[in-house]
Ligand binder design. Structure first.
Ligand SMILES: *Cc1c(COP(=O)(O)O)cnc(C)c1O
Length: 516
C-alpha cells in the first residue's frame, strides 16, 4: 500500500472502506437483507414502471453517460450506487420477461431459479471439488443423470454442467477429435499434441448449424476448413443424401470423418435434423455423433412432443441449454456423453486439488470431467425448478411457446403484405414484409423495419439473412405471450413497413430512409 495513513481507511463520502464491514457472514446478515431489499425494490420499480421491453436508446447516446465516471472513487452509499445503476443499466436494459420480447433465444426465467441464484451466490459454492461443494456435487450429478436418462442414455452415461452451448459444443468436438486421433492414428493428442495427420479430419454439420462448431474447430487446431457445411432440405433440416455425398467426396479426397453434428433446433428456424438417420450414417463411417440440442432440448420434458427428438439416444454426446428452453437464468447448460470414459480427455490430477488418490477412494470431484476449474453451482437453479414446479410444468411452458409459434405462423400467412418462409418446427418464425405487386429493395426495407421497431422500444424482434436476403424473425419462448400480443407486434411491423415504404417512394431512395 502506498498510502497507509489511518484516515485513508474512511472515505469522505461516508462509506467505510474497511472491507470487513461488507463481508458476507453471520455478522452482516442485516446488511445483506438491507441490500437485497433495496435491490428487490429497484427491480419491482422497473418492472412496474415500464410497459416496454427496451428504451430504444442508441449505444452512442448511452455511452456518453459512461464517459465521465470515476471508478476509483466510490459513491456515498448503496442508495447512490443503485440510483446511478438505474440510469446506467436498468433504464435501458433489455427485458426478456416482457411479452413483446420476441427476438433471440432468451427465455423469461422462473421464480424458483431466482431463489436458487440467491442461495448459490450467497454460499458461493464452487462445484469443482468435493471439498469446495459437499452436497452440491451430488445435486449436479443427479441432474446430469436425470438429463442423461431423459435422452435415453444408459448407466455408462455421464456429463457436466457448462457455461453454455458454446462450451458444450467445444467440449464435444474435443472428445470427438481425441477419439478420432486414437482410432485412426493410434495417437494420444492429450499427451503429444496434434499429429500431422490431423489435417485429414473433418466435421460434418448442416449449413444452418451453430457457429460455435466452427469456433471449436479453430480452437482445436483443425481450422474452419475442417468443417463441411452440408446443405439443408426445404424444411431447413440436414439433407441426408447431401450428407452421404459430402462423406463420399471426403473419402475420395483422403479425408477422415471426425464427427457428424445433428442440430436439434437450429438457431434461426428451430428446424430439427433427422437425428436417427444422421446417427446411423455417423456410425457407418465410424465418426462421432454429436447432437446440438441447445434449443430443442425443451422437447426432452414435453410429454406430447418428446418423439421429435427420437434418435437422440444414439448420439455420442448431446448439448443442452437449460438457459434457452428450461426457463433458467444464464448460465445453465450441460454436455452429456453416452460413454463416460471419454470424459477422461479433460482429466488432470492436481496434487493440491483433486489428487488421483481421492478418485481411488471414491471422492467425487466434478473438475475431473470439466474444462472449467472454479465453476458456478448453476445446477441448483434447475434443481429448485424441478423440485418446486416439476419437469412437466417446464415442458408445458415450452409447448405453449411452440403453439404460439404455430398460431403466429397462421397469423402471418393471413397477412397479404407478409411473406412467411417456413412452417415453425419449434418456436422460431422467419418472414419478411413484402407487399405484393411492388418492386423495391426489400432487404433494406426489412432492415429498416427492424431498426424502427427496436428504436420504438415497443417490441424486440430479430433479423437474419437467408440465401443473401434479409428477413425478420420471431423467437418465441414466453408462455405468457398471447396471440393478441403477437397481433400487436405484427401490426407494428406493418405500420413501420408502410411508413418506410411511403418515405421510400417519396425519396425514390430507400437507402436514405434506412439511414435517416
Ligand atoms: C445458442 C446456441 C448455441 C450456443 O449456446 P450458448 O449457450 O449461447 O453458448 C449452440 N447451438 C445452438 C443450436 C444454439 O442455438
Amino acid at each position: 500500500m502506498d498510502n497507509a495513513q489511518p484516515n485513508s481507511l474512511v472515505k469522505a463520502g461516508g462509506l467505510s472502506s474497511d472491507p470487513t464491514a461488507f463481508l458476507f457472514n453471520d455478522q452482516q446478515l442485516g446488511l445483506y437483507r438491507q441490500h437485497l431489499e433495496k435491490g428487490l425494490a429497484l427491480v419491482e420499480k422497473r418492472l412496474t414502471a415500464t410497459a416496454k421491453p427496451f428504451s430504444g436508446k442508441t449505444p452512442r447516446a448511452l455511452a456518453k453517460a459512461f464517459s465521465k465516471l470515476d471508478l476509483n472513487t466510490p459513491l456515498s452509499d448503496v442508495n447512490a450506487a443503485l440510483t446511478e445503476l438505474e440510469q446506467l443499466y436498468l433504464d435501458d436494459a433489455v427485458y426478456f420477461h416482457h411479452r413483446h420480447y420476441v427476438a433471440h433465444l432468451n427465455c423469461p426465467v422462473v421464480v424458483p431459479s431466482l431463489l436458487a441464484e440467491l442461495i448459490l451466490s450467497a454460499l458461493n459454492t464452487s462445484v469443482d471439488t468435493w471439498d469446495q461443494s459437499g452436497g452440491a456435487t451430488f445435486i449436479e450429478q443427479s441432474l446430469v443423470d436425470w438429463t442423461a436418462k431423459r435422452i435415453g442414455f444408459d448407466q455408462d452415461a455421464d456429463g457436466i454442467f457448462t457455461s453454455g452451448g458454446t462450451q458444450s459444443n467445444l467440449m464435444a468436438m474435443l472428445l470427438a477429435r481425441d477419439n478420432a486421433c486414437q482410432q485412426y492414428f493410434g495417437h494420444n493428442v492429450r499427451e503429444h499434441g496434434l499429429p500431422p495427420e490431423a489435417k485429414r479430419l473433418q466435421i460434418f454439420c448442416s449449413e444452418l448449424s451453430h457457429f460455435s462448431i466452427q469456433k471449436a474447430a479453430a480452437l482445436l487446431g483443425l481450422g474452419y476448413d475442417a468443417v463441411v457445411a452440408v446443405p439443408c432440405d426445404r424444411h431447413f433440416a440436414m439433407d441426408i443424401a447431401a450428407l452421404n455425398t459430402a462423406l463420399e467426396a471426403a473419402k475420395a479426397a483422403g479425408k477422415l470423418p471426425m464427427a457428424v453434428v445433428a442440430t436439434a433446433g437450429t438457431t434461426d428456424f428451430g428446424s430439427i435434423d433427422p437425428i436417427a438417420k444422421v446417427a446411423k450414417v455417423a456410425k457407418e463411417v465410424g465418426a462421432w455423433c454429436h447432437v446440438d440440442a441447445a434449443y430443442g432440448c425443451g422437447l426432452l420434458v414435453s410429454s406430447k412432443q418428446r418423439w421429435r427428438l427420437s434418435g437422440i439416444e444414439l448420439a455420442d454426446s448431446v448439448t443442452v441449454d437449460y438457459h434457452k428452453a428450461f426457463f433458467q437464468p444464464v448460465s445453465c447448460s450441460a454436455l452429456l456423453v453416452k460413454n463416460k470414459a471419454h470424459l477422461s480427455v479433460v482429466t488432470w490430477h492436481a496434487d493440491y486439488l483433486n489428487p488421483l488418490s481421492q478418485r481411488q477412494e471414491g471422492t467425487p470431484n466434478l473438475v475431473d470431467k470439466s474444462l472449467q476449474t472454479t465453476r458456478r453451482f448453476d445446477a441448483l437453479k434447475l434443481w429448485l425448478t424441478l423440485r418446486i414446479m416439476g419437469a412437466d410444468a417446464i415442458g408445458q411452458g415450452f409447448e405453449a411457446a411452440m403453439l404460439l409459434a404455430r398460431r403466429t405462423y397462421l397469423l402471418l400467412l393471413s397477412e397479404p403484405d407478409i411473406e412467411v418462409l417456413h412452417q415453425p418446427q419449434l418456436s422460431a418464425v422467419v418472414f419478411r414484409f413484402r407487399p405484393a405487386g411492388l418492386v423495391g429493395d426489400w432487404d433494406r426495407l426489412n432492415k429498416a423495419i427492424r431498426q424502427a421497431v427496436m428504436a420504438s422500444g415497443q417490441a424486440m424482434i430479430a433479423a437474419t439473412q437467408v440465401k443473401g436476403r434479409q428477413y425478420l424473425k420471431f423467437t418465441l419462448l414466453n408462455p405468457a405471450t398471447t396471440i393478441s400480443d403477437m397481433q400487436g407486434v405484427v401490426e407494428m411491423i406493418k405500420q413501420q413497413g408502410q411508413r418506410l415504404l411511403a418515405q421510400f417512394s417519396e425519396h425514390h431512395n430507400l437507402e436514405e430512409v434506412a439511414h435517416g
